[in-house]
Design a protein around this ligand. Structure first.
Ligand code: XIL
Length: 372
């Protein structure tokens, strides 16, 4: 028997099979985290239902697409530190375990913030008492997860839109030194975690200047700061790529990493031209402000996809400066933008729809990496 003659067709069939398998693999949908693996981490914000793995489809999606997680609410002081001497670590512990188990980059959000504070802090009137709260809070919370947390948003939203410091309870009672105190406490409580200053609108020039001042002062006084988080609560109608690019460059020139920590693009009208994410701003409900109650028109779906593609093109251009891009939520149903700044609207700001299926915007973000 001629071995060569009989085996060759067999081998070529095998080869063909292997090739076609290979092609079908390369054509099968890739995940966000795999295509951006060499560029930056891709994260999502988790709610309690995600942490408790309530929905199998969501759970599989999170594990397939993301390699970084942020807790949407459960580590905010109001929830984790509800009264002076009591902490509620139950879900936070599960959150950290979830990240650890799935080999994800785990973010702590957030240690010092004027919003979602426990009621007892509102009653504090003396600097000493507030300092005790802040110190015990950071030592206890950051200390508990030391060695397991990859990064902390140490101070959140300390700035006004004009770049001056926000007159929060922390500034009012402790003076501007509270920012340094917070970073130093966090560095001591968890020496390994990367420490970030996090805020919205800091890509805009005036507020950016304020953020740069905060970072420079921390650095000049010898405090540890590793990065800045630009939240990225933007709109498909007013995305300013120039401001974003200038900020990536300006912040990274300070020798720190830039992360996009809470990315979402609202598709809904904003008649008061509200920009940003002050969680205390609320407006009345009106039908004309909720135009896509039943479905998102194709044209808007396409605009959303194009805006996301523009953004990720820019992120890729500066991939050496960017540590992470985190979406603020898993899917449109779960997005906080259905309730903010107007309650009961139907928004479509993320890459996955209400059925947890990828949208055109998802494909646009993936295509930037696979069509080359
Ligand atoms: C939001 C959550 O998504 C909502 O569920 C909550 O009701 C209010 O806070 N900036 C931040 C985030 O740093 O913590 C906020 O998250 C959105 C704005």
């Amino acid at each position: 028997m001629n071995y060569y003659k009989t085996t060759k067709p067999f081998l070529s069939t095998l080869l063909l099979c292997a090739l076609s398998l290979n092609t079908s693999f390369s054509q099968s949908p890739k995940s966000l985290k795999s295509v951006y693996q060499e560029d930056f981490l891709i994260g999502t914000a988790l709610g309690v239902e995600h942490i408790l793995e309530k929905n199998e489809k969501a759970n599989l999606l999170i594990k397939r697409e993301f390699n970084a997680i942020t807790p949407e609410n459960i580590m905010k002081s109001q929830l984790i530190h509800p009264s002076e001497k009591s902490y509620n670590f139950e879900i936070a512990d599960k959150y950290v375990d979830y990240g650890y188990k799935n080999k994800m980059y785990v973010v702590g959000h957030t240690l010092v913030w004027h919003s979602q504070l426990p009621a007892f802090v509102g009653k504090i009137k003396s600097p000493d008492s507030l300092r005790i709260f802040m110190t015990e809070h950071i030592n206890t919370v950051a200390g508990r997860y030391a060695g397991k947390m990859n990064s902390w948003d140490v101070v959140n939203e300390a700035l006004n839109e004009d770049g001056t410091l926000r007159k929060s309870v922390f500034l009012n009672l402790l003076g501007e030194g509270y920012i340094k105190e917070a970073f130093d406490l966090a560095a001591k409580a968890d020496p390994k975690a990367a420490l970030y200053y996090n805020d919205y609108n800091i890509e805009q020039p005036a507020k950016r200047k304020g953020a740069i001042e905060i970072i420079k002062k921390l650095q000049a006084s010898g405090s540890k700061i590793d990065g800045v988080g630009i939240q990225g609560h933007w709109s498909i109608n007013s995305l300013n790529l120039k401001d974003i690019e200038e900020s990536i460059i300006a912040f990274s020139q300070l020798g720190i990493k830039v992360a996009f920590t809470e990315l979402d693009l609202t598709v809904l009208p904003n008649p008061w031209d509200l920009r940003g994410a002050d969680v205390n701003q609320r407006f009345a409900e009106k039908p004309e402000l909720n135009p896509y109650k039943d479905a998102l028109p194709d044209s808007v779906q396409t605009t959303l996809a194009n805006r996301y593609a523009d953004l990720f093109k820019l992120f890729l251009k500066h991939r050496d400066k960017i540590s992470r891009v985190t979406f603020w939520g898993v899917d449109d149903r779960h997005s906080w933008l259905n309730g903010f700044p107007i309650r009961n609207r139907t928004n479509y700001p993320l890459l996955f729809d209400r059925e947890l299926e990828p949208k055109k915007a998802y494909q646009a973000v993936i295509n930037l990496k696979i069509s080359k």
